[in-house]
Design a protein around this ligand. Structure first.
Ligand code: ADP
Ligand code: PHD
Length: 452
Protein backbone atom coordinates (compact mmCIF):
# COMPACT_ATOMS: atom_id res chain seq x y z
CA UNK A 1 0.00 0.00 0.00
CA UNK A 2 1.17 3.52 -0.79
CA UNK A 3 0.50 6.88 0.82
CA UNK A 4 0.29 9.67 -1.77
CA UNK A 5 0.52 13.34 -0.86
CA UNK A 6 -0.31 16.16 -3.25
CA UNK A 7 1.11 19.60 -2.56
CA UNK A 8 -0.78 22.84 -2.97
CA UNK A 9 0.75 23.46 -6.40
CA UNK A 10 -0.68 20.10 -7.54
CA UNK A 11 -4.19 20.95 -6.39
CA UNK A 12 -4.44 24.63 -7.32
CA UNK A 13 -6.94 24.34 -10.20
CA UNK A 14 -9.35 21.93 -11.89
CA UNK A 15 -6.81 20.66 -14.48
CA UNK A 16 -4.19 20.20 -11.74
CA UNK A 17 -6.63 18.21 -9.58
CA UNK A 18 -7.55 16.11 -12.66
CA UNK A 19 -3.89 15.04 -12.97
CA UNK A 20 -3.83 14.16 -9.27
CA UNK A 21 -7.03 12.10 -9.57
CA UNK A 22 -5.60 10.20 -12.55
CA UNK A 23 -2.57 9.33 -10.42
CA UNK A 24 -4.75 8.22 -7.50
CA UNK A 25 -7.04 6.03 -9.58
CA UNK A 26 -4.35 4.53 -11.84
CA UNK A 27 -2.89 2.38 -9.05
CA UNK A 28 -4.99 0.41 -6.52
CA UNK A 29 -1.99 0.51 -4.15
CA UNK A 30 -2.48 4.28 -3.82
CA UNK A 31 -5.03 4.01 -1.05
CA UNK A 32 -4.17 6.73 1.44
CA UNK A 33 -4.30 10.22 -0.06
CA UNK A 34 -3.14 13.40 1.68
CA UNK A 35 -4.25 16.75 0.29
CA UNK A 36 -2.84 20.23 0.76
CA UNK A 37 -4.90 23.39 0.38
CA UNK A 38 -5.13 24.80 -3.17
CA UNK A 39 -1.87 26.62 -3.87
CA UNK A 40 -0.89 29.27 -6.41
CA UNK A 41 -2.36 28.87 -9.92
CA UNK A 42 0.19 31.31 -11.34
CA UNK A 43 2.91 33.67 -10.15
CA UNK A 44 1.28 36.42 -8.12
CA UNK A 45 -1.67 34.23 -7.08
CA UNK A 46 -2.49 33.68 -3.36
CA UNK A 47 -2.47 30.28 -1.64
CA UNK A 48 -5.74 29.41 0.09
CA UNK A 49 -3.78 29.03 3.36
CA UNK A 50 -2.70 32.67 3.06
CA UNK A 51 -6.29 33.73 2.36
CA UNK A 52 -7.35 31.88 5.51
CA UNK A 53 -4.66 33.69 7.50
CA UNK A 54 -6.09 36.95 6.18
CA UNK A 55 -9.59 35.76 7.17
CA UNK A 56 -8.43 34.91 10.71
CA UNK A 57 -6.70 38.28 11.09
CA UNK A 58 -9.83 40.09 9.92
CA UNK A 59 -11.90 38.26 12.55
CA UNK A 60 -9.30 38.94 15.25
CA UNK A 61 -9.27 42.62 14.23
CA UNK A 62 -13.10 42.85 14.21
CA UNK A 63 -13.15 43.60 10.46
CA UNK A 64 -15.69 42.50 7.87
CA UNK A 65 -14.43 39.29 6.24
CA UNK A 66 -17.25 38.43 3.81
CA UNK A 67 -15.19 39.23 0.68
CA UNK A 68 -12.37 36.97 1.90
CA UNK A 69 -14.78 34.12 2.66
CA UNK A 70 -16.19 34.42 -0.85
CA UNK A 71 -12.71 34.51 -2.40
CA UNK A 72 -11.78 31.32 -0.52
CA UNK A 73 -15.04 29.53 -1.34
CA UNK A 74 -14.72 30.41 -5.05
CA UNK A 75 -11.38 28.55 -5.19
CA UNK A 76 -13.28 25.34 -4.35
CA UNK A 77 -16.20 26.23 -6.65
CA UNK A 78 -13.73 26.69 -9.53
CA UNK A 79 -12.22 23.23 -8.94
CA UNK A 80 -15.65 21.62 -8.47
CA UNK A 81 -16.96 23.20 -11.68
CA UNK A 82 -14.17 21.65 -13.70
CA UNK A 83 -15.56 18.23 -12.74
CA UNK A 84 -19.22 19.22 -13.17
CA UNK A 85 -19.88 19.44 -9.42
CA UNK A 86 -22.66 22.00 -8.88
CA UNK A 87 -22.09 24.86 -6.44
CA UNK A 88 -25.21 23.63 -4.59
CA UNK A 89 -23.49 20.31 -3.86
CA UNK A 90 -20.65 22.01 -2.04
CA UNK A 91 -22.52 24.90 -0.38
CA UNK A 92 -21.84 23.22 2.99
CA UNK A 93 -18.17 24.12 2.49
CA UNK A 94 -19.14 27.81 2.53
CA UNK A 95 -21.20 27.18 5.70
CA UNK A 96 -18.15 25.61 7.35
CA UNK A 97 -16.08 28.69 6.43
CA UNK A 98 -18.76 31.06 7.71
CA UNK A 99 -19.07 29.18 10.99
CA UNK A 100 -15.34 29.33 11.76
CA UNK A 101 -15.55 32.55 13.84
CA UNK A 102 -18.10 30.85 16.13
CA UNK A 103 -15.71 28.07 17.16
CA UNK A 104 -14.47 27.62 20.70
CA UNK A 105 -10.80 28.67 20.78
CA UNK A 106 -8.69 29.00 23.93
CA UNK A 107 -6.92 32.00 22.36
CA UNK A 108 -6.22 33.69 19.01
CA UNK A 109 -3.34 31.32 18.25
CA UNK A 110 -5.77 28.41 18.27
CA UNK A 111 -8.22 30.45 16.23
CA UNK A 112 -5.48 31.05 13.64
CA UNK A 113 -4.60 27.35 13.55
CA UNK A 114 -8.21 26.26 13.06
CA UNK A 115 -8.78 28.77 10.25
CA UNK A 116 -5.53 27.76 8.50
CA UNK A 117 -6.31 24.05 8.72
CA UNK A 118 -9.55 24.49 6.78
CA UNK A 119 -7.67 24.98 3.48
CA UNK A 120 -6.77 21.28 3.56
CA UNK A 121 -9.94 20.22 5.39
CA UNK A 122 -12.25 21.61 2.68
CA UNK A 123 -10.01 20.42 -0.15
CA UNK A 124 -9.99 16.84 1.14
CA UNK A 125 -13.80 16.93 1.40
CA UNK A 126 -14.11 18.31 -2.13
CA UNK A 127 -11.77 15.69 -3.57
CA UNK A 128 -13.72 12.89 -1.85
CA UNK A 129 -16.95 14.33 -3.37
CA UNK A 130 -15.40 14.50 -6.87
CA UNK A 131 -14.08 10.93 -6.62
CA UNK A 132 -17.46 9.66 -5.43
CA UNK A 133 -19.20 11.42 -8.33
CA UNK A 134 -16.74 9.62 -10.63
CA UNK A 135 -17.80 6.30 -9.11
CA UNK A 136 -14.61 5.85 -7.07
CA UNK A 137 -15.11 4.61 -3.51
CA UNK A 138 -13.48 7.37 -1.47
CA UNK A 139 -13.94 8.63 2.10
CA UNK A 140 -12.91 11.91 3.72
CA UNK A 141 -11.22 11.13 7.04
CA UNK A 142 -11.02 13.83 9.68
CA UNK A 143 -7.71 13.55 11.59
CA UNK A 144 -9.73 13.38 14.83
CA UNK A 145 -11.55 10.24 13.65
CA UNK A 146 -8.18 8.64 12.89
CA UNK A 147 -6.71 9.61 16.28
CA UNK A 148 -4.10 11.95 14.83
CA UNK A 149 -3.18 13.71 18.06
CA UNK A 150 -0.71 16.57 18.32
CA UNK A 151 1.09 18.42 21.10
CA UNK A 152 3.08 21.65 21.32
CA UNK A 153 2.14 25.09 20.13
CA UNK A 154 -1.02 25.57 18.05
CA UNK A 155 0.75 26.70 14.86
CA UNK A 156 3.89 24.59 15.20
CA UNK A 157 2.62 21.32 16.57
CA UNK A 158 4.33 17.93 16.82
CA UNK A 159 2.82 14.50 16.49
CA UNK A 160 1.96 12.67 19.72
CA UNK A 161 3.41 9.12 19.73
CA UNK A 162 0.04 7.53 20.61
CA UNK A 163 -1.23 8.59 17.16
CA UNK A 164 0.64 5.69 15.56
CA UNK A 165 -1.26 3.09 17.58
CA UNK A 166 -4.55 4.81 16.72
CA UNK A 167 -3.68 4.80 13.01
CA UNK A 168 -2.78 1.10 13.16
CA UNK A 169 -6.22 0.37 14.57
CA UNK A 170 -8.07 2.51 12.01
CA UNK A 171 -10.37 0.31 9.91
CA UNK A 172 -10.92 0.69 6.18
CA UNK A 173 -12.03 -1.37 3.22
CA UNK A 174 -9.44 -2.87 0.87
CA UNK A 175 -11.05 -1.14 -2.15
CA UNK A 176 -11.63 2.35 -0.71
CA UNK A 177 -9.45 5.46 -0.97
CA UNK A 178 -9.05 7.41 2.26
CA UNK A 179 -8.73 11.16 1.73
CA UNK A 180 -6.92 12.84 4.63
CA UNK A 181 -6.41 16.58 4.93
CA UNK A 182 -2.74 17.36 5.55
CA UNK A 183 -1.18 19.94 7.87
CA UNK A 184 -3.12 19.48 11.13
CA UNK A 185 -4.25 17.27 13.95
CA UNK A 186 -6.14 17.67 17.21
CA UNK A 187 -4.81 18.31 20.69
CA UNK A 188 -5.90 16.07 23.56
CA UNK A 189 -8.33 18.85 24.53
CA UNK A 190 -9.89 18.56 21.05
CA UNK A 191 -8.55 21.77 19.49
CA UNK A 192 -7.07 21.97 16.00
CA UNK A 193 -3.31 22.61 15.85
CA UNK A 194 -1.29 22.79 12.63
CA UNK A 195 2.25 21.78 11.83
CA UNK A 196 4.55 24.54 10.61
CA UNK A 197 4.04 25.92 7.08
CA UNK A 198 4.40 23.30 4.38
CA UNK A 199 3.39 20.70 6.97
CA UNK A 200 1.18 18.50 4.77
CA UNK A 201 4.40 16.63 3.97
CA UNK A 202 4.54 15.78 7.69
CA UNK A 203 0.99 14.37 7.69
CA UNK A 204 1.92 12.18 4.70
CA UNK A 205 4.95 10.80 6.52
CA UNK A 206 2.96 10.19 9.73
CA UNK A 207 0.31 8.26 7.81
CA UNK A 208 2.96 6.31 5.88
CA UNK A 209 4.47 5.21 9.20
CA UNK A 210 1.13 4.67 10.95
CA UNK A 211 -0.38 2.57 8.15
CA UNK A 212 2.94 0.75 7.45
CA UNK A 213 2.98 1.88 3.82
CA UNK A 214 5.44 0.31 1.38
CA UNK A 215 6.09 3.72 -0.18
CA UNK A 216 5.35 7.39 0.50
CA UNK A 217 4.85 9.20 -2.80
CA UNK A 218 5.10 12.97 -2.50
CA UNK A 219 3.71 14.68 -5.61
CA UNK A 220 4.82 18.23 -6.32
CA UNK A 221 5.52 20.55 -9.25
CA UNK A 222 9.11 19.58 -10.16
CA UNK A 223 10.45 16.46 -11.93
CA UNK A 224 12.88 15.70 -9.11
CA UNK A 225 14.72 17.16 -6.18
CA UNK A 226 17.61 19.01 -7.77
CA UNK A 227 21.12 19.27 -6.39
CA UNK A 228 20.54 23.00 -5.86
CA UNK A 229 17.48 25.21 -5.73
CA UNK A 230 16.53 25.85 -9.40
CA UNK A 231 15.72 29.44 -8.45
CA UNK A 232 19.41 29.95 -7.54
CA UNK A 233 21.34 27.67 -9.94
CA UNK A 234 20.43 27.28 -13.65
CA UNK A 235 19.37 23.72 -14.54
CA UNK A 236 20.86 21.94 -11.53
CA UNK A 237 21.34 18.17 -11.78
CA UNK A 238 18.36 16.09 -10.64
CA UNK A 239 19.09 13.79 -7.70
CA UNK A 240 18.06 10.20 -8.48
CA UNK A 241 18.53 8.71 -5.03
CA UNK A 242 19.53 10.23 -1.72
CA UNK A 243 19.48 9.20 1.94
CA UNK A 244 17.08 10.35 4.63
CA UNK A 245 19.80 12.21 6.47
CA UNK A 246 20.99 13.99 3.32
CA UNK A 247 17.45 15.15 2.67
CA UNK A 248 16.92 16.23 6.25
CA UNK A 249 20.01 18.44 6.19
CA UNK A 250 19.13 19.90 2.79
CA UNK A 251 15.47 20.56 3.56
CA UNK A 252 16.42 22.15 6.87
CA UNK A 253 18.75 24.48 4.99
CA UNK A 254 16.39 25.52 2.21
CA UNK A 255 15.20 22.69 -0.07
CA UNK A 256 11.58 23.68 0.52
CA UNK A 257 10.40 20.92 -1.81
CA UNK A 258 10.17 18.53 1.18
CA UNK A 259 9.61 19.52 4.82
CA UNK A 260 12.58 18.65 7.06
CA UNK A 261 10.34 17.44 9.93
CA UNK A 262 8.60 15.00 7.55
CA UNK A 263 11.74 12.90 7.40
CA UNK A 264 11.44 11.81 11.02
CA UNK A 265 8.31 9.58 10.82
CA UNK A 266 9.61 8.15 7.53
CA UNK A 267 12.95 7.28 9.16
CA UNK A 268 11.21 5.80 12.21
CA UNK A 269 9.07 3.61 9.95
CA UNK A 270 11.88 3.06 7.38
CA UNK A 271 9.41 4.05 4.63
CA UNK A 272 11.09 4.99 1.33
CA UNK A 273 9.94 8.32 -0.12
CA UNK A 274 9.50 9.08 -3.81
CA UNK A 275 9.22 12.78 -4.72
CA UNK A 276 7.52 13.02 -8.13
CA UNK A 277 5.94 15.52 -10.50
CA UNK A 278 2.12 15.49 -10.64
CA UNK A 279 2.30 16.65 -14.26
CA UNK A 280 4.82 13.97 -15.27
CA UNK A 281 4.15 10.96 -13.05
CA UNK A 282 5.92 8.70 -15.57
CA UNK A 283 9.26 10.29 -14.60
CA UNK A 284 11.05 8.46 -11.78
CA UNK A 285 11.54 11.52 -9.57
CA UNK A 286 13.84 11.28 -6.54
CA UNK A 287 14.00 8.33 -4.15
CA UNK A 288 14.86 9.04 -0.50
CA UNK A 289 16.04 5.86 1.17
CA UNK A 290 17.83 4.49 4.26
CA UNK A 291 21.64 4.76 4.26
CA UNK A 292 22.11 1.02 3.94
CA UNK A 293 20.59 0.98 0.42
CA UNK A 294 22.71 3.81 -0.91
CA UNK A 295 25.84 4.20 -2.99
CA UNK A 296 26.73 7.86 -3.63
CA UNK A 297 27.16 8.89 -7.28
CA UNK A 298 28.91 12.18 -6.50
CA UNK A 299 30.99 13.61 -3.66
CA UNK A 300 28.37 16.29 -3.04
CA UNK A 301 24.68 15.35 -3.35
CA UNK A 302 23.26 18.83 -2.90
CA UNK A 303 23.84 22.38 -1.73
CA UNK A 304 21.14 24.42 0.00
CA UNK A 305 20.97 27.90 1.43
CA UNK A 306 18.66 29.70 3.75
CA UNK A 307 18.60 33.37 4.59
CA UNK A 308 16.22 33.53 7.54
CA UNK A 309 18.89 33.50 10.27
CA UNK A 310 20.34 36.04 12.68
CA UNK A 311 23.23 35.67 15.11
CA UNK A 312 24.30 36.95 18.49
CA UNK A 313 28.09 37.27 18.70
CA UNK A 314 29.71 37.34 22.17
CA UNK A 315 33.36 37.93 23.00
CA UNK A 316 34.76 37.45 26.47
CA UNK A 317 38.32 36.52 27.41
CA UNK A 318 38.76 33.16 29.12
CA UNK A 319 35.19 31.92 28.65
CA UNK A 320 36.71 28.45 28.31
CA UNK A 321 37.64 28.68 32.02
CA UNK A 322 34.26 29.89 33.28
CA UNK A 323 32.22 27.01 34.63
CA UNK A 324 28.53 27.28 33.67
CA UNK A 325 28.99 30.09 31.12
CA UNK A 326 26.93 28.44 28.38
CA UNK A 327 24.39 27.27 30.93
CA UNK A 328 23.73 30.85 32.05
CA UNK A 329 23.17 31.90 28.44
CA UNK A 330 20.84 28.97 27.82
CA UNK A 331 18.87 29.87 30.95
CA UNK A 332 18.30 33.35 29.54
CA UNK A 333 17.08 31.90 26.21
CA UNK A 334 14.85 29.46 28.07
CA UNK A 335 13.32 32.31 30.09
CA UNK A 336 12.05 33.75 26.78
CA UNK A 337 11.00 30.34 25.39
CA UNK A 338 13.62 30.74 22.68
CA UNK A 339 15.41 27.87 20.96
CA UNK A 340 18.63 28.37 19.02
CA UNK A 341 19.78 26.68 15.81
CA UNK A 342 23.58 26.47 16.18
CA UNK A 343 26.25 27.63 18.61
CA UNK A 344 29.78 27.61 17.14
CA UNK A 345 32.45 28.55 19.69
CA UNK A 346 36.05 29.75 19.87
CA UNK A 347 38.31 30.05 22.91
CA UNK A 348 37.16 33.57 23.76
CA UNK A 349 33.99 33.89 21.76
CA UNK A 350 30.74 32.28 20.88
CA UNK A 351 28.04 32.83 18.25
CA UNK A 352 24.43 31.83 18.75
CA UNK A 353 22.50 31.45 15.53
CA UNK A 354 18.73 31.89 15.60
CA UNK A 355 15.90 31.30 13.18
CA UNK A 356 14.49 34.80 12.58
CA UNK A 357 10.98 33.37 12.20
CA UNK A 358 11.04 32.58 15.94
CA UNK A 359 12.12 36.10 16.98
CA UNK A 360 10.48 39.43 17.59
CA UNK A 361 12.17 42.81 18.17
CA UNK A 362 11.10 42.73 21.83
CA UNK A 363 12.63 39.28 22.40
CA UNK A 364 15.91 40.34 20.74
CA UNK A 365 16.10 43.46 22.95
CA UNK A 366 15.30 41.53 26.14
CA UNK A 367 17.77 38.71 25.42
CA UNK A 368 20.57 41.19 24.57
CA UNK A 369 19.83 43.24 27.72
CA UNK A 370 19.83 40.16 29.97
CA UNK A 371 23.05 38.81 28.48
CA UNK A 372 24.74 42.20 28.86
CA UNK A 373 23.73 42.39 32.53
CA UNK A 374 24.19 38.78 33.61
CA UNK A 375 27.15 37.69 31.46
CA UNK A 376 28.93 41.02 31.05
CA UNK A 377 30.72 40.17 27.77
CA UNK A 378 33.61 42.31 26.47
CA UNK A 379 31.74 42.64 23.21
CA UNK A 380 28.18 41.78 22.17
CA UNK A 381 26.85 42.19 18.65
CA UNK A 382 23.55 41.34 16.98
CA UNK A 383 24.00 40.28 13.33
CA UNK A 384 20.72 40.45 11.52
CA UNK A 385 21.67 39.23 8.04
CA UNK A 386 22.97 35.72 8.46
CA UNK A 387 22.71 33.05 5.78
CA UNK A 388 23.49 29.38 6.22
CA UNK A 389 24.71 27.25 3.34
CA UNK A 390 24.73 23.48 3.73
CA UNK A 391 26.90 21.30 1.52
CA UNK A 392 25.69 17.71 1.86
CA UNK A 393 26.73 14.32 0.52
CA UNK A 394 27.23 10.78 1.81
CA UNK A 395 30.15 10.79 -0.67
CA UNK A 396 31.90 13.51 1.37
CA UNK A 397 32.56 11.06 4.18
CA UNK A 398 36.16 9.89 4.03
CA UNK A 399 36.83 12.11 0.99
CA UNK A 400 39.94 14.22 1.44
CA UNK A 401 39.87 17.84 0.29
CA UNK A 402 36.15 18.67 0.59
CA UNK A 403 36.84 21.77 2.68
CA UNK A 404 39.37 22.96 0.08
CA UNK A 405 36.77 22.45 -2.70
CA UNK A 406 34.31 24.61 -0.79
CA UNK A 407 36.73 27.35 0.24
CA UNK A 408 38.48 27.71 -3.15
CA UNK A 409 35.47 28.88 -5.23
CA UNK A 410 34.13 31.00 -2.35
CA UNK A 411 37.49 32.76 -1.97
CA UNK A 412 37.68 33.28 -5.74
CA UNK A 413 34.41 35.22 -5.48
CA UNK A 414 35.85 37.40 -2.72
CA UNK A 415 33.28 36.13 -0.23
CA UNK A 416 34.29 35.91 3.40
CA UNK A 417 33.04 33.08 5.59
CA UNK A 418 31.50 33.91 8.96
CA UNK A 419 31.41 30.36 10.24
CA UNK A 420 32.35 26.83 9.24
CA UNK A 421 30.93 23.78 10.96
CA UNK A 422 31.28 20.13 10.08
CA UNK A 423 28.77 17.71 11.58
CA UNK A 424 30.26 14.65 13.21
CA UNK A 425 28.43 12.43 10.71
CA UNK A 426 30.84 13.98 8.16
CA UNK A 427 28.12 14.09 5.49
CA UNK A 428 27.57 17.83 5.76
CA UNK A 429 29.49 21.06 6.08
CA UNK A 430 27.71 24.22 7.10
CA UNK A 431 29.06 27.65 6.27
CA UNK A 432 27.77 31.07 7.26
CA UNK A 433 27.82 34.13 4.97
CA UNK A 434 25.97 37.41 4.73
CA UNK A 435 22.54 37.06 3.13
CA UNK A 436 23.81 39.19 0.25
CA UNK A 437 26.63 36.76 -0.57
CA UNK A 438 24.65 33.53 -0.15
CA UNK A 439 23.39 32.92 -3.71
CA UNK A 440 26.78 33.77 -5.24
CA UNK A 441 28.50 31.37 -2.87
CA UNK A 442 26.02 28.58 -3.71
CA UNK A 443 26.55 29.05 -7.46
CA UNK A 444 30.31 29.12 -7.10
CA UNK A 445 30.45 25.95 -4.96
CA UNK A 446 27.94 24.15 -7.19
CA UNK A 447 29.97 24.94 -10.33
CA UNK A 448 33.22 23.89 -8.66
CA UNK A 449 31.80 20.47 -7.69
CA UNK A 450 29.71 19.69 -10.75
CA UNK A 451 31.17 21.63 -13.69
CA UNK A 452 34.89 21.29 -13.20
N1 ADP B 1 16.55 21.58 -4.59
C1 ADP B 1 15.30 21.72 -5.03
N2 ADP B 1 14.78 20.84 -5.91
C2 ADP B 1 13.51 21.00 -6.37
N3 ADP B 1 12.69 22.01 -5.99
C3 ADP B 1 13.16 22.90 -5.10
C4 ADP B 1 14.47 22.79 -4.57
N4 ADP B 1 14.67 23.81 -3.69
C5 ADP B 1 13.53 24.52 -3.67
N5 ADP B 1 12.61 23.99 -4.53
C6 ADP B 1 11.28 24.55 -4.75
O1 ADP B 1 10.30 23.72 -4.15
C7 ADP B 1 9.11 23.83 -4.92
C8 ADP B 1 8.17 22.70 -4.55
O2 ADP B 1 7.84 22.81 -3.17
P1 ADP B 1 6.42 23.39 -2.73
O3 ADP B 1 6.12 24.66 -3.46
O4 ADP B 1 6.32 23.38 -1.24
O5 ADP B 1 5.51 22.24 -3.36
P2 ADP B 1 4.08 21.70 -2.99
O6 ADP B 1 3.12 22.78 -3.33
O7 ADP B 1 3.98 20.51 -3.91
O8 ADP B 1 4.08 21.31 -1.54
C9 ADP B 1 9.61 23.81 -6.34
O9 ADP B 1 8.69 24.39 -7.23
C10 ADP B 1 10.92 24.60 -6.24
O10 ADP B 1 10.70 25.95 -6.56
N1 PHD C 1 -1.19 24.60 3.00
C1 PHD C 1 -0.17 24.62 4.02
C2 PHD C 1 0.50 23.25 4.18
C3 PHD C 1 1.25 22.72 3.00
O1 PHD C 1 1.93 21.68 3.10
O2 PHD C 1 1.15 23.39 1.85
P1 PHD C 1 1.99 23.09 0.47
O3 PHD C 1 1.76 21.64 0.09
O4 PHD C 1 1.37 24.03 -0.54
O5 PHD C 1 3.45 23.37 0.74
C4 PHD C 1 0.82 25.73 3.75
O6 PHD C 1 0.64 26.49 2.81
O7 PHD C 1 1.75 25.89 4.52
Amino acid sequence: MKVVKFGGSSLASGPAVANALKIITSDPERQIVVTSAPGKRHAGDIKVTDLLIRYANQIIGGENASATVEEIFQRYVEIGHYFGVEEGNISHLRDILLSLPNGNYPNNEYLMAAFKAHGECLNAQLIAIILNEQGVKARFVDPKAAGLTVTGSPNNASIAPESYQALENFEYEPDEKLIFPGFYGYTLAGHIATFSRGGSDITGAILARGFHADLYENFTDVDAIFSANPAVVDHPLPIQTMTYREMRELSYAGFSVFHDEALIPAIQGQIPINVKNTQHPEKRGTMIVPEKHFKPEHIMTGIASSKHFAALYLHKYLINKEVGFTLRILNILSKYGLSYEHMPTGIDDLTIIFDKNKLSDEIIDSVCDDIQTEINPDHLEWINDYAIIMIVGEGMKNHIGVMRDIATPVAAQGISLRMVNQGSSEISIMIGTTTEDADRAVKAIYDYFFKR
